[in-house]
Design a protein around this ligand. Sequence first.
Ligand SMILES: [Zn+2]
Length: 97
Amino acid sequence: MIMNDMPLEQLLSETVKPEIYFRGLRYFRRGAVYDFSKTENFISAKVEGGYVRPYTVKIDITNNKAYCNCPFGFTEWCKHIVAVIIYFSNHKNLGNK
Ligand SMILES: [Zn+2]
């Protein structure tokens, strides 16, 4: 039962390459994340891509698994997933203040 609050952010820094992390951060900062929703076990959100179509990110919080429908989202955590996790963690921080 040690879990759920921290692991996503921790995993992020351990799993994702720095350049992907910073790209995700940039997406987050320019407000590319929208339609964010969270249930007890899942997060889902859309991220505006560099192209016309937005990408959909889903995160299974219980198992710390993340998916994105961009070409990289199946094999590794992509910048869209990073952006959504950063959004999520900022969201939590805002709620605590
Ligand atoms: Zn992606």
